[in-house]
Design a binder for this molecule. Structure first.
Ligand SMILES: Cc1cc2nc3c(=O)[nH]c(=O)nc-3n(C[C@H](O)[C@H](O)[C@H](O)COP(=O)(O)O)c2cc1C
Length: 327
């Protein structure tokens, strides 16, 4: 396994990512993935009327199009989150746009919601065999602004709500221009109201989460929590990547454009998680950011997460991180 990881570390980032996921899919379709998959202790968890196989899931971005649902599910994750998906397919930002900083267990990315569009994702959700919980993370196309941006979320919501176990409204990618403005009061109220109205019209009963940025200050977090409490949203996912690259020791990356994830993000996202939990002791919370081992996973739970997600840790350590964390 160590040799395989070293091989992937030598490949260009996006190629490594794509080959790794495609290999998992091939092993799965040959029915031999279980020989390589870590053996995970059973640890079921009931949450918001759903049964999770365990509390560790994939974070959005790992499987943007739902192309790898069954293979990732077979690795032993307690749940999967697919997306971010947008109404129209889009190619994302120019390459290179993904940078691994192995020495600090970190990644910087400026992918820009590259994805095959919501219809492709829905087709994959319909044919998935995975019997665990699947969340669907939705976003807006690059060209959309103001009302068309809100319409993008509504379009995606309508198309996925029947096939998702929970839905995530992602306003926190730093790589789509002005998307994070949706954290601001007026825009957020408008977005939450529009989605709430649609959800009621559709008689949707699936939980809805808002995924937020770690770069918001305390008063903004307090306001967002209040807005979510007053809406039909169930809770929050904290957090997305940070734009503060000075959290890295290696100064080479300080001026890089993009969002930072992995170990350097851990404290910052935990602070937001703890703050939200202190404001509302009951709000359903999914914690994400910087989980790379059992300690950092337990810390998320301690800070108030009901469920935990990983992305960077999985890329850096491979599937063995599941047994390291869960067993
Ligand atoms: C390459 C890459 C792509 C990502 N794409 C998305 C995305 O499409 N939607 C989203 O909500 N978050 C996305 N994220 C953020 C992750 O879901 C997660 O919130 C963040 O990476 C922090 O978790 P980590 O430290 O475990 O990676 C992406 C992260 C990375 C590294």
């Amino acid at each position: 396994m160590k040799l395989v990881l070293q091989f992937f570390q030598k490949l260009p980032e996006e190629l490594a990512h794509s080959i790794a996921l495609k290999s998992l899919k091939i092993l799965y379709s040959l029915n031999i993935l279980s020989f390589f998959a870590p053996k995970i202790k059973q640890n079921k968890f009931q949450f918001l009327g759903m049964e999770f196989k365990n509390r560790l899931g994939t974070a959005a971005g790992l499987d943007k199009n739902g192309d790898y649902i069954d293979a990732l599910g077979a690795l032993g994750f307690g749940f999967l989150e697919v997306g971010t998906s947008t109404p129209l397919p889009q190619s994302g930002n120019a390459k290179p746009r993904l940078f691994r900083v192995f020495s600090e267990n970190a990644i910087i990315n400026r992918m820009g919601f590259n994805n095959k569009g919501i219809d492709h994702l829905v087709r994959n959700l319909k044919k998935a065999k995975y019997n665990g919980i699947i969340g669907v993370n939705i976003g807006a196309n690059k060209e959309s602004t103001d009302q068309t941006r809100i319409d993008d979320y509504l379009t995606c919501f309508k198309k996925v709500y029947k096939y998702a176990d929970y839905i995530v409204v992602n306003i926190s990618s730093p790589n789509t221009e002005n998307l994070r403005d949706l954290h601001n009061s007026d825009q957020l109220t408008q977005l939450l109201n529009s989605i709430s109205d649609l959800s009621k019209t559709l008689l949707n009963t699936k939980p809805i989460f808002l995924k937020i940025s770690p770069d918001e200050n305390e008063s903004s977090i307090r306001r967002i929590v209040k807005e979510v409490e007053d809406s039909i949203f169930s809770g929050l996912i904290a957090t997305n990547t940070t734009v503060d690259k000075t959290l890295l020791i290696d100064k080479t990356y300080h001026e890089f454009e993009g969002g930072l994830s992995g170990m350097p993000l851990h404290n910052k996202s935990n602070e937001k998680l703890e703050l939200i939990r202190a404001i509302n002791k009951d709000m359903p919370l999914i914690g994400v950011g910087g989980v790379i081992d059992n300690d950092s996973y337990n810390k998320k739970l301690k800070c108030g997460a009901d469920l935990v997600q990983i992305y960077t840790g999985f890329i850096i350590k491979g599937p063995k991180i599941l047994s390291e964390i869960l067993n």
